[in-house]
Unconditional design. Structure first.
Length: 366
């Protein structure tokens, strides 16, 4: 499996939505599709746009069983230094390279599981493998999967240090705009400063974040949060700015809605316009869900102890699958350096992940 992982790392699949000039996932998708097809997996290559593609692999069962979906993304953020580039390097039990941890190691493990399932596992239900585009930006790949593929449970193999994640926060992106009146900088009698007008909004955001810290926290996720991410306004030093815009990120807990978040900001941004422009729901899979019990049992079989059940702070495609009615958990290997200049994965944990996923497929789909 190490050779497969190194090959995946060597294929540049930087998300072009994030980094101008990024190649996208198409080459990695074509490689993965060919590799799987050679090993008896039924494969569909779904081209979403130039340079952007999903791979859907299926190992069909004899019938009458449950379908398990394994999901992972092929895209990466931009390349970093030597240990976050596309030359994989093994040193002191760590495999370095962009995407090694986030999340081509998991992709390699899932491909290995699909190949072994196709080679001789007698399943009643189907194993569906989805290697998707664009998770690092807008998740159009898993949106396509969630809208077109049915399954009884799903495992998203984002890295979790072999802990079983059943919850994560969601987020809402909003734009707050204040208006002023453009005038020459000397004409205080005419000009209205939109940037100064944003001041109370920024103070309000600070107060709101402090208020969120005082609300009851989620047992696995802690508290909700809000921060100002981007600000722009003005045209030149000698002109009163007629417009100022702040883009805000509000991280949400299960049960919070976009409508409530918008209302919250309107309450502190009196006189300013507030509108959300993108959002993703949180994830919360009940602990008594069969998929939670499945992964816990199979992990204990391989690791010798049941994995810790946790919430993770980052958002994942698991929320899209859960919103489509597929009970979903997140479970992946050990490592460090997601989105950092040094990125590495623990190869032993990747092997363990593959064994756990194979056991899950065998148990769930039999």
């Amino acid at each position: 499996m190490r050779e497969l992982l190194e090959r995946l790392v060597s294929i540049e699949s930087v998300n072009p939505t994030l980094v101008a000039g990024g190649s996208g996932e198409a080459e990695a998708a074509r490689f993965a599709a060919s590799w799987l097809e050679e090993r008896g997996v039924e494969v569909e290559l779904d081209e979403l746009a130039p340079g952007r593609a999903n791979v859907v692999g299926r190992v069909r069962g004899a019938g009458g069983g449950r379908t398990l979906l394994l999901n992972g993304h092929l895209d990466t953020v931009g390349l970093g230094g030597a240990d976050a580039g596309i030359s994989a390097r093994l040193d002191d039990g760590r495999l370095y390279g962009r995407g090694a941890y986030d999340m081509k190691a998991s992709v390699a493990a899932m491909m290995d599981v699909a190949a072994r399932a196709a080679a001789g596992r007698r399943l009643a239900g189907d194993l569906v493998l989805t290697l998707v585009a664009d998770e690092e930006a807008l998740s159009v790949g898993t949106e396509r999967v969630a809208g077109s593929i049915r399954a009884d449970a799903a495992i998203v193999a984002e890295p979790t240090d072999l802990r079983l994640a059943v919850a994560h926060r969601g987020f809402v992106w909003l734009e707050v705009e204040t208006r002023g009146l453009a005038a020459h900088g000397s004409r205080y009698d005419l000009g209205e400063d939109a940037i100064v007008g944003m001041g109370p909004v920024l103070v309000g955001l600070e107060r709101l974040d402090a208020e969120l810290a005082g609300r009851p926290s989620h047992p696995l996720l802690g508290r909700a949060s809000v921060h100002a991410s981007l600000i722009e306004g003005g045209t030149e030093l000698s002109t009163y700015p007629d417009r100022c815009v702040v883009k805000v990120e509000r991280r949400t807990l299960p049960g919070e809605t976009v409508e409530a978040v918008e209302a919250e900001l309107r309450g502190l941004a009196r006189g300013a316009s507030v509108a959300s422009f993108f959002s993703r729901e949180p994830l919360e899979t009940p602990r008594d869900s069969p998929v939670v019990e499945l992964v816990s049992r199979c992990a204990e079989r391989v690791l010798g102890a049941a994995p810790e059940v946790v919430g993770v702070p980052f958002w994942t495609d698991a929320a899209l699958l859960a919103a489509a009615g597929i009970p979903t958990v997140v479970f992946g290997p050990r490592g460090e350096g997601a989105h950092a200049d040094v990125e590495w994965v623990d190869p032993e944990s990747v092997e363990q992940l593959a064994e756990i996923l194979l056991a899950a497929v065998t148990d769930f789909c039999s």
